[in-house]
Design a protein around this ligand. Structure first.
Ligand SMILES: [Zn+2]
Length: 274
């Protein structure tokens, strides 16, 4: 084994890794392990094939002393609660040309005065995630345009995991979600069922952009009223047309909050494809 020093992190090359040098070249480490550079060291990496014949590269990392007790939510340095786990936790990253990438690192908990007892921050992952941030973000970007089943198949994850990745990446992808509520002119309000009809949600779409701008659990006047109450006077004044089925609660809300708005009754937004 030989050791390479690259700035503040080190890579210990195994015999396996040396055999793959011809494939990866000499600079891939610095580019690909960027998120680890500032707060963690890369100790070694192993390349192996699993029982399905998929090649994995497993990168073993450890935190540097300055950042090992950072809170994942506020980045404050906090007192440690316990020793690092003996079984290191693993995170999956984006594939490198078909090779499945994993980061392995021992974890421990810290006691943050603001956030309580939590697992110490890891720079490459959102709190509680088993994936690297870039993986979560990529899944979320794909899911914006592709069916969830297609994203799951391409990223080699299950269907439910697509939703979890989207939830974690949502804030980074769209930090100011309230901007969707600006300059609304023609909107559609619909109640639709999910979870095999056991649950109802209220969905509001911007007809001019075909974008969902607001969603809430349940339906009825009190639910829809939350949408109108969240709008500023300027946002309310830009509304000109509201479509939806003939539900009385939609009409009542429109009349109460935007009396000058035109109310268009359609058969059903979901069945009419809107
Ligand atoms: Zn904190």
């Amino acid at each position: 084994m030989r050791k390479i020093h690259m700035g503040c992190f080190k890579v210990h090359k195994t015999n396996d890794a040396r055999r793959h040098d011809g494939i990866y070249g000499s600079n891939w480490r610095a580019d690909r392990i960027g998120p680890l550079l500032s707060t963690h060291y890369v100790e070694s990496h192993d390349i192996y094939n699993d029982q399905n014949g998929v090649t994995h590269i497993r990168i073993k990392a450890r935190p540097n002393a300055w950042h090992k007790d950072d809170c994942p939510f506020c980045a404050r340095r906090c007192p440690g609660c316990d020793h690092p786990t003996t079984n290191p936790k693993g995170w999956r990253g984006l594939d490198w040309g078909g090779i499945l990438v994993e980061i392995e690192c021992p974890t421990h908990r810290i006691r943050c005065p603001q956030h309580g007892i939590v697992t110490a921050a890891l720079p490459w992952a959102y709190p509680g995630s088993s994936f690297m941030k870039e993986f979560d973000l990529t899944v979320a970007r794909f899911a914006k345009y592709l069916p969830r089943s297609a994203v799951a198949a391409y990223m080699r994850i299950d269907w439910q995991t697509v939703g979890s990745c989207m939830s974690r990446a949502l804030h980074d992808l769209e930090p100011e979600r309230t901007r969707r509520l600006n300059s609304l002119v023609n909107i559609g309000i619909d109640e639709t069922s999910c979870r095999k009809g056991h649950k109802y949600i209220t969905v509001i779409v911007n007809h001019d952009t075909n974008e969902v701008v607001w969603v809430a659990d349940g339906h009825g006047f009190s639910v829809l009223e939350q949408f109108y109450k969240g709008l500023t006077d300027k946002q309310l004044s830009s509304l000109k047309v509201v479509t939806g089925d003939g539900a009385r609660w939609i009409t009542d809300c429109v009349n109460k909050y935007t009396p000058g708005c035109e109310r268009c009754v359609i058969r059903s937004m979901s069945s009419s494809g809107l």
